[in-house]
Design a protein around this ligand. Structure first.
Ligand code: OGA
Ligand code: NI
Length: 363
């Protein structure tokens, strides 16, 4: 087994549809400074110094081999940044290419087809328009498909988009979910063992059928917007971990020391970030860091997010081994249901007020 991190995959070529700008739009990104072209630009959308950082690169094969130095690197990156990237993960370039292509086909379906897949009241799955936003209720520039991990429930969404079925889409999505799930489980094992916990500590309450275990496809098309444009507003992610794959068009920014830092997209790697649940389970050792997406060009951007939360009735609390006299529990126990209703009650999750409600010492 190779022990060095894989080189970034050269799998994006100009002949692939998802790297194209959408038809009938100008494809040249506006030249710097954007303000000259768009007098009403919100300069606060620029990242600090307009520079990009490269996230710490973690070699998944080394984690599989329980390499202590690599586990240590993982924990440090999670602690200091809440974000890292994973390479040498075994997911083929072909599959990454195919899923990006399938996402492109789904998002460029006629509006009527997408509208058929809009979720019924109370359902978190299906097609979410720009108005309803990628997280179901906040307005933003992205559209999203939220697909359940459960294959039968997923088929219910797919059939609404393609009444005749779509084997290529279904099988590529299934293969992608299986591949990314195994990355997720390995990372959770490494986090737990690095902390000296039972390796399954963070996976006990995960449920594939749980309504919040989801593959979300995001699609950003800024062609009709002034640039730069806030495409996904500042938020922290709810799950334990989020595993993100981007199509190579930049836009992700993370908030570090009160400054927005742009993340350099690395083709072929996955961005992994700590979600609110891991922040709680780790008793605040690992922060769930606030991030957003800012579009600076009208290139078509897509991303895939696999987010795994404990099931709705699971009780979430700091791992008992991480609660000491010096560091008492920072949270009162709560259920996922309680967490999501707290999240629903806030207009804007970037303050993390939804999570702070469960702090033992209210902030
Ligand atoms: C998200 C998210 C970032 C991206 O879906 O929660 O932060 O790059 N997405 O699309
Ligand atoms: Ni996010």
């Amino acid at each position: 087994m190779a022990s060095t991190a894989a080189a970034p995959a050269p799998y994006i070529t100009s002949s692939l549809p998802y790297t194209h700008s959408l038809p009938q739009q100008h494809t040249t990104p506006p030249s710097y400074p954007y303000q000259h072209q768009h007098p009403h630009v919100d300069s606060s959308l620029f990242a600090q110094d307009d520079q990009q950082v490269e996230l710490t690169l973690i070699d998944l094969q080394l984690l599989c081999q329980e390499d202590e130095a690599e586990i240590h690197k993982l924990l440090i990156a999670a602690k200091e940044w809440g974000f890292l990237q994973v390479a040498n993960h075994g997911v083929s370039c072909k599959l990454l290419c195919e899923i990006a292509e399938q996402a492109y086909h789904a998002f460029t379906l006629p509006a009527e087809a997408k509208a058929r897949a809009e979720p019924a009241a109370g359902s978190g799955y299906g097609y979410f328009t720009k108005q309803s936003g990628a997280n179901g209720k906040r307005q933003q520039l992205s559209e999203a498909f939220r697909l359940p991990l459960n294959p039968e429930h997923r088929a219910d969404v797919i059939i609404k988009l393609w009444p005749e079925g779509n084997k290529a889409f279904s099988s590529v999505v299934e293969e992608y979910i299986a591949a990314v799930e195994s990355i997720l489980l390995q990372l959770l094992r490494s986090f737990a063992s690095g902390l000296g916990l039972d390796p399954l500590q963070f996976t006990h309450d995960l449920s594939k059928d749980g309504i919040f275990a989801v593959l979300r496809m995001n699609f950003y098309n800024a062609s009709s917007q002034p640039l730069p444009s806030l495409a996904f507003q500042a938020h922290s992610d709810p799950p334990i971990l989020t595993i993100l794959h981007q199509n190579g068009v930049d836009g992700l920014q993370i908030l570090k020391d009160n400054k927005w830092i742009a993340v350099k997209p690395q083709l072929g790697s996955f961005v992994v970030n700590v979600g609110d649940m891991l922040q709680v389970m780790s008793n605040d050792l690992y922060p769930s860091v606030i991030h957003r997406v800012v579009m600076k060009s009208d290139k078509f951007r897509s991303s895939l997010v696999l987010a795994a939360t404990p099931h709705p009735q699971a009780i979430v609390r700091p791992a008992p081994q991480l609660v000491t006299e010096q560091r008492p529990s920072q949270y009162v126990p709560f259920t996922m249901e309680e967490y999501f209703s707290s999240l629903d009650s806030v207009e804007y999750s970037a303050s993390k007020s939804h999570l702070n409600k469960f702090r033992s010492i209210p902030t």
